[in-house]
Design a protein around this ligand. Structure first.
Ligand SMILES: NC(=O)c1ccc[n+]([C@@H]2O[C@H](COP(=O)([O-])OP(=O)(O)OC[C@H]3O[C@@H](n4cnc5c(N)ncnc54)[C@H](OP(=O)(O)O)[C@@H]3O)[C@@H](O)[C@H]2O)c1
Length: 251
């Protein structure tokens, strides 16, 4: 595989300080990109920045706040002049049955996973030239029903739907847009759900059993698909959704 697909490119990864976003940011940087990452947690941002080769940038921001997004894009453009590839990855997930879901759980997930993703793209677009690429991180859940996660799955279905329309809008501008749909992937997202250890263990076992390959994916395995979609190797791939899920959605 070519190791310099992103030489001279400017890449922005939201949620680049953890999990899939961090693996992708590292992959982009290892292949020559100048990478900017955005996230909320200053400690993981600092650690992630230290792990990135090249002249990387880390920007503390909440993607649910439009003023923060203006600052993120402004900082990247000031430092690098443009954005060649955008990985719209920042996301949260809280699983709860409908009786236990409240307005805050609903609003927070839509604010980050849908509103944040949408306006990240809107604000980056003026700085993206023909030939640049956008990859959105949705999920294997986009076409599935999943008990106790109706709000999370709805946010992912919403962004997948936005992606199809945006792909058509952006085609005349020569900007490719695609979606990656990861299956269960070993990242801190599961630790953030607030499940007690016994419930978390049960959920992990249940998920593992449901995946044809009988395991979780690694962040690197998802990142490799993201890099492909963002690279010129995927020059005729547009409006597509690439499943990287151990066969989950083949069932
Ligand atoms: N892991 C899976 O099984 C799986 C499967 C399918 C899809 N996905 C999707 O993959 C994406 C990445 O998740 P992950 O699994 O890598 O989880 P993760 O390790 O928890 O990473 C989530 C990232 O999003 C950032 N983020 C969350 N809310 C944010 C906000 N309001 N503003 C800015 N950044 C924010 C986090 O930064 P802070 O820590 O600084 O908040 C973190 O960098 C998400 O969209 C998720 O839905 C994950």
């Amino acid at each position: 595989m070519s190791k310099d697909r992103f030489q001279g490119k400017i890449v922005l990864v939201t949620g680049g300080n953890s999990g899939i976003g961090l693996a992708a940011a590292q992959g982009f940087a290892q292949e020559g990109a100048r990478v900017a990452i955005a996230g909320r947690d200053p400690q993981t941002l600092k650690a992630a920045l230290a792990s990135l080769p090249g002249d990387a940038l880390a920007i503390q921001a909440d993607v649910a706040r439009l003023s923060d997004l203006d600052r993120v894009i402004g900082d990247v453009v000031q430092a690098a002049g443009r954005i060649d590839a955008l990985f719209v990855n920042a996301g949260i997930g809280f699983f709860a049955p409908i009786e236990a879901s409240d307005e805050d759980l609903f609003d927070r997930q839509f604010a980050v996973n849908v509103k944040g993703a949408y306006f990240t793209i809107q604000k980056a677009l003026p700085h993206m030239q023909p030939g640049s690429a956008i990859v959105i991180n949705a999920s294997s859940v986009v076409g599935m029903g999943l008990p106790n996660s109706s709000v999370y799955t709805a946010t992912k279905a919403a962004i997948a739907s936005l992606a199809r329309s945006l792909a058509l809008e952006l085609a005349p501008r020569g900007i490719r847009l695609n979606v990656v749909n990861p299956g269960p992937t070993e990242t801190p997202i599961f630790d953030r759900m607030g499940l007690d250890p016994e419930a978390a263990k049960g959920m992990t076992a249940q998920i593992t059993a449901s995946v044809p390959l009988q395991r979780f994916g690694s962040p690197d395995e998802i990142a490799r698909a993201v890099l492909f979609l963002a690279s010129d190797e995927a020059s005729f791939v547009h409006g597509a959704a690439l499943s990287v899920d151990g066969g989950l959605t083949a069932l």
